[in-house]
Design a protein around this ligand. Structure first.
Ligand SMILES: Cc1ncc(COP(=O)(O)O)c(C=O)c1O
Length: 394
């Protein structure tokens, strides 16, 4: 008999991790799988950050840290917010966590009561809806269109708001679409929120530095949004530090204190060595990671060109992150190699089995017509992967 809670029974398994597991299984059977499913830079963590970690170990950093992070790390975060985002925070407004994912889970726990609605412009990052559900919140999906670069308009936001709306969560640059909201587009959303003073915003800026057009803008930069916005960020993507597990928020202090309180009961502070190393990462000039961003930009051009040569792929031009999110719905209803493709999940599985390329179905991101392809892979792998996909579909 299933003795597990409804909470866990109703939780989905992360589709990106599930796809990675399936790809691993096929690899173990000896199949030569090209993995384009994971959201993880394929670079090493820069040496100056690794050196800081080694030094911290040798200096015997081994005790529990303050629950909300070392004070000098929080100061480095405050300086980073000022330097990169023109945002002023004080120490009590900053909470360091075990990855931005924990920051988001903290926010859901401290902000949501059962039945509170959270607006998620689709496509959204795979974990948003399940993190919201874990806190008994109700995800409200707003479908955007590839013709509007997968961005939610002010009219769509207005139409989605109900008396139960508590929050809006979005990422910019967006995982999975790569879209970046401009200052004007965010202002239009903020103008709608003016009429709804009890709605809070999570601005997930973890891909901030992987932005090919420049001009990152934070919702909290608007004076009238500062007290209603929780800015989430971390080092996983920009500094190739996914396994180090450090994320953080800048938030109104009552929200930050609540995150601190819950973290104190659930995980305590984040890993001490990683925290010491992240101080160095955040103190460094963002130009220190330009070589990775430049490489991602080249790969984006390459993959867009190659996908453009496959019939039936409709792709927007991502402005940031390291994903493309092509619409492949023109294949629905077709049977290829004896396999019928009825939806994006069928398509992604077909590509895995027939082209030996791992991608992720758009359904995991709240979009039924697209798949996500990560280009955090070498140019040779990208060329080979797209060649295989083209051959499998032809
Ligand atoms: C949009 C977005 N937010 C948050 C995260 C989580 O990042 P972290 O590794 O800091 O937990 C990811 C990771 O894929 C992401 O894509």
């Amino acid at each position: 008999m299933n003795q597990l809670s409804d909470r866990i029974n109703n939780l989905s398994t992360s589709a990106t991790l599930a796809m990675a597991a399936k790809a691993r299984e096929l690899r173990a059977e000896g199949k030569d799988i090209i993995g384009l499913s994971l959201g993880e830079p394929d670079f090493n963590t820069p040496d100056f950050i690794k050196d800081a970690a080694i030094e911290a170990i040798n200096q015997n950093y081994n005790s529990y840290t303050p629950v909300d992070g070392y004070v000098d790390l929080k100061e480095a975060i405050i300086n980073k917010f000022k330097r990169d985002n023109n945002l002023s925070y004080t120490l009590p407004q900053i909470v360091v966590s075990t990855g931005a994912k924990q920051s988001l889970a903290n926010i859901a726990s401290v902000m949501l009561n059962a039945g509170d609605e959270v607006i998620l412009p689709c496509p959204y990052w795979v974990s948003y809806s399940d993190i919201v559900k874990l806190s008994d919140g109700v995800p409200v999906e707003v479908q955007t269109s590839i013709d509007n670069d997968f961005k939610m308009t002010a009219e769509q936001l207005e139409a989605a708001i109900t008396p139960k709306t508590k929050m809006i969560w979005y990422s910019s640059p967006c995982n999975p679409s790569g879209s970046v909201y401009s200052k004007e587009e965010l202002r239009a959303l903020a103008d709608v929120l003016k009429k709804h003073p009890n709605i809070y915003v999570v601005s997930d800026e973890i891909y901030e530095h992987i932005n090919f057009k420049g001009g990152h803008f934070s919702m909290a930069e608007f004076d009238d949004m500062y007290d209603r916005t929780i800015t989430v960020n971390g080092v996983s993507k920009a500094f190739a530090m996914t396994g180090w597990r450090i994320g953080y928020v800048g938030a109104p202090d009552w929200i930050a204190r609540a995150c601190n309180k819950i973290q104190g009961q659930v995980t305590s502070g984040a890993n001490c060595i990683a925290q010491r190393a992240v101080i160095k990462a955040l103190e460094a000039d963002p130009s220190s990671i330009k070589y990775m961003v430049d490489e991602f930009k080249e790969r984006r051009q390459l993959i867009l060109k190659l996908l453009g040569e496959i019939e039936g792929f409709k792709t927007n031009e991502p402005e940031g992150a390291f994903y493309v999110f092509p619409n492949i719905s023109s294949y629905f209803g077709k049977t290829i190699k004896g396999k019928t493709i009825n939806n994006a999940t069928d398509f992604s599985l077909f590509i895995l089995e027939e082209a030996l390329v791992a991608t992720v179905t758009g359904e995991a991101f709240g979009n039924k017509d697209c798949i996500r392809i990560s280009y955090a892979a070498s140019q040779d792998e990208i060329i080979e992967a797209i060649k295989r996909i083209k051959t499998a579909l032809s």
